[in-house]
Write a protein that binds this ligand. Structure first.
Ligand code: GTP
Ligand code: MG
Length: 199
């Protein structure tokens, strides 16, 4: 499926700009700079269909990508959270947009919650998990940037992340370990996204 059409369609700053809810959607969530856009690129095998950035907090909208011709799936690159220096108004807007999206989007099948391997699950990630649990949106926890740490450290953070996920109601009990840079875990992720899009 990802070998065919993948196209950026729009940035939606508010729910009224979302596309018609006519195909399944999978969303990417996580702290700013965790690697959401990079993972979306790796998943679809595109170099830069989703804009990546070294400046955290660049994406403030829901960025929509269509997959398939005719469209069979939409991927949603969500605005990142938890960056320092975010003005309270930006944080408040983010919260409202994300909460309303998670609660109201009937075609949202699953969310991928990305966690940076170097940092593990932080309090801001627990807040996001809470929002997902409360909205009843199932999510898979995905470790990113696995190429950045040693194997022993990766083992420890994987165990800790699995433990954090298992405390949650809407999280999958297993996690996916990835590196967009080294294309690690990408096939597993593709299989998971395809499976989730069919539920
Ligand atoms: P926001 O849109 O600001 O929320 O960030 P994002 O989560 O979309 O992160 P993005 O994909 O833009 O990546 C942030 C930075 O991390 C970029 O400099 C990427 O090149 C880098 N990065 C992303 N994934 C990986 C990875 O797997 N390995 C390494 N080494 N770097 C990565
Ligand atoms: Mg991004």
């Amino acid at each position: 499926l990802f070998a065919g059409r993948v196209e950026f369609i729009k940035s939606a700053p508010a729910l009224k700009f979302l596309p018609d809810p006519d195909v399944p959607e999978i969303a990417f969530a996580g702290r700013s700079n965790v690697g959401k856009s990079s993972l979306l690129n790796a998943l679809t095998g595109r170099k830069s269909i989703a804009r990546t950035s070294v400046t955290p907090g660049r994406t403030q909208e829901l960025n929509y990508f269509e997959v398939g011709e005719p469209t069979r799936l939409r991927l949603v690159d969500m605005p990142g959270y938890g960056f320092a220096k975010a003005p309270p108004k930006v944080v408040e807007n983010w919260r409202r947009l994300v909460r309303d999206f998670l609660r109201g989007r009937v075609v949202l099948k699953r969310t991928l919650l990305l966690i940076d391997s170097r940092h593990g699950v932080k309090p801001v990630d627990e807040d996001m998990m809470q929002m997902l649990d409360e909205a009843g949106v199932g999510y898979r926890v995905v470790l990113t940037k696995a190429d950045k740490i040693k194997a022993s450290e990766l083992e420890a953070v994987t165990a800790a992340t699995i433990a954090a996920a298992r405390k949650r109601t809407a999280a999958y009990p297993e996690i996916i370990v990835t590196s967009s840079e080294k294309k690690m875990g990408i096939e597993d992720l593709r299989a998971a996204v395809l499976q989730d899009s069919l539920v």
